[in-house]
Design a protein around this ligand. Sequence first.
Ligand code: FES
Length: 171
Amino acid sequence: MASLNRDEKSQSEILFKKDTGDQQQMLLDCGYSEKAVQYFIEQPYMGSLPDADQVSDMLGSCGDTMKIFLKIDDNTITDIRYQVLGCPGAISASMAAVDLVKGKSIEHARKLNDGDVFNQLADIPVKKHHCIQLAVKALHKAIDEYKNGHSDLKDVECPSTCSEPQDCCKK
Ligand code: FES
C-alpha cells in the first residue's frame, strides 16, 4: 500500500477526528451514556497479554466474539485485556468490567454480575444489555478455566458477605 504524504496525512487525521465525533454523537443519540461512549472510544483494556496466566474465549449467540487474557498473581487479578470482535455495547461492557475486577481477588471477580457492569457504564440501550452478559460470561468462563487448571483453587470461596465491591475483597 502506498504511504500518504504529509498533506494527505493531516487530511486523513482531520477525517478520523470528524468520524470519531460523529460516531460519539450517534452513540449518544442511540442511548449510550457519555461514560459508555468513552469506554468505547478509548478502549483502555483492548488487546492481549503475552504473559497471561489464562486465555479464554467466548462466542455470543449474536455471533460476536471475545477473547480474554488474565494475569493472576497470588489469587489476585493483576491485569486483564479483552479482544472483542463485536459491537460498541460489547466493547464498552468489557472495558467497564475490567475496571471493576482489576486488582481484586478471583473470587470477587467471579461474583461480578450484569448489574455491576451496567451501573459502571451508567447506561446503554436496552437492546444492548445482552452485550453486558457476554462480557461477564467471558470473564466467568476464564476464571473457571483458570481454577480448573489450579486444583488448589477449585473450592476457594470468598469469605466476604458484602454484595458490593469492598476493600475486603482485594485479599
Ligand atoms: Fe453481540 Fe453486542 S450485538 S455482543
